[in-house]
Design a protein around this ligand. Structure first.
Ligand code: ZN
Length: 501
C-alpha cells in the first residue's frame, strides 16, 4: 500500500523520504512538558500532532520506539516551587499526573518511556564531562557553559545569523530569544534557595537543554530517526541539543526534525492576561468532548498555524457527527437489504487517498477529504437501500481501520459510539488498540544503563519509604519485560519476554 512516507525536515528545509536507521523501526524523541503548570491547548496541539505521526507510522507497519522527557527541574519549576515554599517533587507531581490524565482523555498513545530530568542527573553530568574534556565547554563562576563558537555547525537548524555574536557572551536563562544568541548554561552553580546536586563536576543543577541530549541517547542511541517539538523549540532548545550531542558523540544526532506550528486563539497569541488562554479542562467544562478538541487539533496540517475558535471547535464536533451518523446508518442496514452497489472500489480509493495524503508530510486535509468523499459516494446508495449487509460491514471495517490513526471517536445523535469495532466483523490491518497502546515493550529493549538507574531509583524510594514510587518503578520495569528479584545480596534482574506483545 502506498509509496514512501515523506516528511518536511526542518534541518534541510525540504521534504525528504523517510528512511529509518533500522528497517521497520522508527525511533522518536519528543520534547515533553515542563511541569510548572498544566498543559494548555497549544501544548496539546504538538502532542496530538506527534500522536498522529506515531499512529500513522504504526498504520504503515512500523514499530515505533517513543521517548518523551518530563522537565521537572528548570528555571520555571524552581521558581514555582519556591513561590509556594515547597519542594520540587511536591510541586511538579500534580502537573505530571494531570499531564498523563489529559493525554489519556485525548487518546494519545503513551510513549514507551517518560524519563524525568531529576532521574538522570548522573547521565547529564557524564555528557558535560565529555564536553569539558573535549574543549566545547568551560567553567565560569561555578557554572559550566557551552562555547558555541567551538561548534561550527551551530545555527544550522534554526538558520540563525551568528555574525552579531559577541564571543564569550553567555547567559544563564533556560529560554532566550534568537536576538541574544550566546553561550548557554549546561550546568548552573548552586544559588540560595535552589535545589542542587553534589556531582563529579561540582555542585549545581542542570540547564534545561542537556536533559534531552542525555536522555535521548540513553534510550534511543546516539543517532536516532525523528525528533519532534513545537516551532518555538527550534531555538534555542533544539539547536542546543544538537550542539551538545554532536560535540560529545561525534555522530549525527537526529536524521529528521519535525516541528509543529503555533496555535493562536481568534488570531491572537494565547495569553492568560488576554483571557483567551485555554486548557483542556476549560473546554470540557463548556460541554465539549475531548475528541472534539482532538479532531480540531489534528485537522489542521501540523506546519500551518492553527487558529483556535469556538466556531472551529463546533465544526470539529459536526465533522465527528457526520462520520458517526454514517456509521449508524451502516449499522442499521438490514440483512435483507439489496446488493449490487459497488463499494469495493470506493473503499479502495478512500484507503489510497487517506494513506497518500498522510504519506505526504502528514497532509491531513487530503486524508480527511478522502474519507468524506467516500461518505458522499455511499450515502445516496444507503438512502436507496442498495448497500448489502456484508458491504456495510466492509465499510465499517474501513472506518475502524482509519480510526486507529485518527482516534476521533465519531459521534452519533445519541452520543459517542465508541463501538465501531463492534459494527465491524473484521478490523483492518492498521487497527490500533488505543487502550493498551500498539507499541508496548516489544518496540525496543530497555538499555541496561536505564535498568540499573531505575533499580537505584527504586532502592532510594524504598529507603525513603516511598513505596508507591517503588511500586511504580517495578511496574514500569515489568512493563518493559524486566523482572526484579530482591535477594539478600541486592536486587537482581532479568529480561523476560514482554508481557504485552
Ligand atoms: Zn527537549
Amino acid at each position: 500500500m502506498g509509496g514512501m512516507i515523506r516528511f518536511h525536515n526542518t534541518l534541510s528545509g525540504t521534504v525528504e523520504d523517510f528512511v529509518p536507521l533500522e528497517p521497520g523501526l522508527a525511533k522518536i524523541y519528543t520534547c515533553g512538558p515542563t511541569v510548572y503548570d498544566f498543559s494548555h491547548i497549544g501544548n496539546w496541539r504538538a502532542y496530538v500532532f506527534e500522536d498522529l505521526l506515531k499512529r500513522f507510522l504504526i498504520y504503515r507497519g512500523f514499530r515505533v520506539a517513543h521517548v518523551m522527557n518530563i522537565t521537572d527541574v528548570d528555571d520555571k519549576t524552581i521558581k514555582g516551587a519556591n513561590a509556594r515554599g515547597i519542594g520540587l517533587d511536591e510541586y511538579t507531581k500534580p502537573f505530571i499526573e494531570a499531564f498523563y490524565a489529559e493525554r489519556d482523555r485525548l487518546a494519545i498513545l503513551p510513549a514507551d518511556h517518560y524519563p524525568r530530568a531529576t532521574g538522570f542527573i548522573p547521565e547529564m553530568v557524564a555528557v558535560i564531562k565529555i564536553l569539558l574534556e573535549k574543549g566545547f565547554a568551560y567553567r565560569k563562576d561555578g557554572s559550566i557553559y557551552f562555547a558555541i563558537d567551538k561548534f561550527p555547525a551551530y545555527g544550522r537548524l534554526s538558520k540563525i545569523n551568528l555574525e552579531d555574536l559577541r564571543p564569550g557572551s553567555r547567559g544563564d536563562a533556560d529560554e532566550y530569544e534568537k536576538e541574544s544568541v550566546h553561550d548557554f548554561a549546561l550546568w548552573k552553580a548552586p544559588k540560595e534557595g535552589e535545589p542542587f546536586w553534589e556531582t563529579e563536576i561540582g555542585p549545581g543543577r542542570p540547564g534545561w537543554h542537556i536533559e534531552c541530549s542525555a536522555m535521548s541517547s540513553m534510550y534511543l542511541g546516539k543517532t536516532f530517526d525523528i525528533h519532534c517539538g513545537g516551532v518555538d523549540n527550534i531555538f534555542p532548545h533544539h539547536e542546543n541539543e544538537i550542539a551538545q550531542s554532536e560535540a560529545a558523540n561525534e555522530v549525527k544526532f537526529v536524521n529528521y526534525w519535525l516541528h509543529c506550528h503555533h496555535l493562536v486563539v481568534d488570531g491572537e497569541k494565547m495569553a492568560k492576561s488576554k483571557g483567551n488562554f485555554h486548557r483542556l479542562a476549560d473546554l470540557l467544562a463548556r460541554g465539549y468532548d475531548p475528541f472534539d478538541v482532538r479532531y480540531l487539533l489534528i485537522s489542521t496540517h501540523y506546519r500551518k498555524m492553527l487558529n483556535f475558535t469556538f466556531e472551529a471547535l463546533d465544526q470539529a464536533r459536526t465533522a465527528r457527527r457526520r462520520i458517526g451518523n454514517f456509521l449508524a446508518e451502516l449499522k442499521a442496514v438490514p440483512d435483507r437489504a439489496g446488493s449490487g452497489a459497488p463499494v469495493d472500489t470506493p473503499i479502495e480509493e478512500a484507503r489510497e487517498g487517506f494513506a497518500a495524503g498522510l504519506d505526504d508530510d502528514l497532509n491531513i486535509s487530503e486524508a480527511l477529504a478522502a474519507i468524506f468523499t467516500l461518505i458522499r459516494t455511499i450515502n445516496p446508495l444507503l438512502v436507496e437501500g442498495r448497500v448489502s449487509r456484508p458491504d456495510a460491514i466492509k465499510l465499517a471495517a474501513f472506518f475502524a481501520e482509519i480510526e486507529g490513526v485518527l482516534a476521533i471517536r465519531p459521534l452519533t445523535a445519541t452520543g459517542p459510539t465508541g463501538r465501531m469495532s463492534e459494527i465491524a466483523a473484521a478490523s483492518g490491518p492498521g487497527k490500533i488498540d488505543a487502550a493498551t497502546g500498539p507499541t508496548g515493550p516489544a518496540s525496543f529493549d530497555l538499555p541496561e544503563g536505564v535498568v540499573q538507574r531505575k533499580i537505584e531509583e527504586r532502592q532510594k524510594a524504598r529507603a525513603a519509604k516511598d513505596f508507591r514510587l517503588a511500586d511504580e518503578i517495578r511496574k514500569e520495569l515489568s512493563d518493559a519485560g524486566i523482572v526484579l528479584e530482591d535477594t539478600k545480596d541486592g536486587v537482581r534482574w532479568k529480561r523476560v519476554s514482554p508481557p504485552k506483545a
